[in-house]
Design a protein around this ligand. Structure first.
Ligand code: ADP
Length: 394
């Protein structure tokens, strides 16, 4: 069964075509800069790697261009759009309405629209991808996997904020959690690798957005992002945890508007705000050249991760493994080393030479004496969506 996975963002569409249940990747690619002058499409299939620049004004045009490539007599991988039996969509926010992967109906789309208020950067683009895919693939079943679903198991003591109860009951203000497909995918891999019946794992997803999850016996019981994807770790351009009184100070004493504060904390803070760079590779290179701001930013980033490792070890009363994943988690030996430094007290001891080796496979980077396994596991959110969509329609 061919399943097309679509991860449609505000100005991009990531896609991946999989044969299930064999989990064979048929092709994948990315449309970027939708709505800008030089939109680009990259497409990988049959060992070929194609890169094109186009004018792509809308998600519809982007997806139509993808379909042309899929159907192309030379580079294509299908002969008819009906060859695709299922389209699996990633949607960031499903609020409290979805505790499972779901077939898309009019009510589901309404909910995704409703939750756009909570994820304004993500849900509108996600919904646009669904609407266009429904027209282009009318014969396919459309399935949605929410980033929030994996975190539905977080208990009240961890998901509630200490603000008046009515704000939770009437307005749904609580921790929702994000990157759920990634945390689920790597925690399942880790559990299979460890071969434990009962397990205490911390998954650390470090990409442009960053988050950590305490996974007890396969279930999320706490998570560092909250009501929106802005809490917790220091991210590419998001601050993560700050004292909320800073917001009042910016508004009341430094003449910021609320919109300006939002832009500041979402787009101008984090590693970008600390160093002027968002890409961790640039920051690492500068730090090697003795740039003090970049060195400090790396230490701050790793220190925040360490604090959450401590917190989640306490939350689970123990720890079997920590798992690093996503762009930074899989590739930055520097962040892994700094985050694991001086954690012998928790039984975490990194093996530097293993840490420095590069590989695209699951790997263990702790020493033999380390009580806790330190794992690097490449995430694959698209495969997780394909697996869940396949299970639902099978
Ligand atoms: P997204 O959240 O957009 O999916 P990714 O998981 O692709 O993000 O991660 C993007 C981040 O990964 C960027 O900050 C980039 O600097 C970082 N990254 C990618 N490769 C490396 C590398 N070799 N070393 C350090 N950081 C890397």
């Amino acid at each position: 069964m061919k399943i097309l996975i679509i991860n449609s963002g505000s100005s991009s569409i990531k896609f991946q075509l999989m044969e299930m249940p064999s989990e064979t990747l048929i092709c994948n690619g990315l449309v970027e800069r939708i709505g800008y002058k030089n939109a680009t499409i990259s497409y990988k299939a049959n060992g070929d790697n194609l890169h094109q620049t186009h004018t792509i004004e809308t998600h519809r045009q982007g997806l139509e261009r993808v379909v042309e490539l899929l159907l192309d007599p030379e580079k294509g991988v299908i002969t008819h759009t009906n060859d695709i039996k299922v389209v699996g969509h990633r949607v960031v926010h499903g609020g409290n309405s979805f505790s499972d992967t779901t077939l898309i109906t009019a009510e589901v789309k309404e909910k995704i629209q409703e939750y756009a208020a909570l994820a304004p950067l993500h849900n509108p683009g996600n919904l646009e991808g669904i609407l266009v895919a429904e027209e282009i693939f009318p014969a396919a079943k459309q399935v949605v996997v929410f980033d929030t679903t994996f975190h539905q198991t977080i208990p009240a003591k961890a998901k509630r904020y200490a603000i008046p109860t009515s704000l939770y009951e009437v307005h749904g203000i609580q921790v929702y959690g994000f990157h759920g497909t990634s945390h689920q995918f790597v925690s399942e891999k880790a559990i299979a690798y460890l071969g434990l019946k009962s397990s205490k794992i911390i998954t650390i997803h470090l990409g442009n957005g960053c988050s950590m999850t305490a996974v007890l016996d396969g279930k999320s019981i706490d998570h560092s992002l909250g009501f929106t994807p802005s809490n917790g770790l220091i991210m590419g351009s998001r601050s993560g945890d700050i004292d909320h009184a800073i917001i009042f100070h910016l508004v009341n004493h430094l003449n910021y508007s609320l919109d300006e504060v939002k832009t500041l904390l979402t787009n101008q803070s984090g590693m970008l705000g600390l160093t002027g760079h968002m890409d961790l590779r640039d920051i690492q290179a500068e730090a090697e050249n003795k740039n003090k701001e970049c060195q400090l930013a790396l230490s701050m980033n790793a220190y925040r991760i360490k604090k959450y490792i401590g917190a989640y070890t306490a939350a689970m009363n123990g720890l079997d493994a920590i798992v690093f994943t996503a762009g930074i988690g899989e590739n930055s030996s520097v962040i892994r080393q700094l985050a694991c430094e001086d954690l012998e007290v928790l039984g975490i001891i990194l093996d530097s030479s293993k840490n420095d080796k590069r590989s695209a496979e699951l790997r263990e980077i702790n020493t033999a004496e380390s009580k806790v396994k330190i794992l690097v596991i490449p995430t694959n959110e698209e495969l997780e969506i394909a697996k869940q969509a396949f299970e639902l329609v099978e």
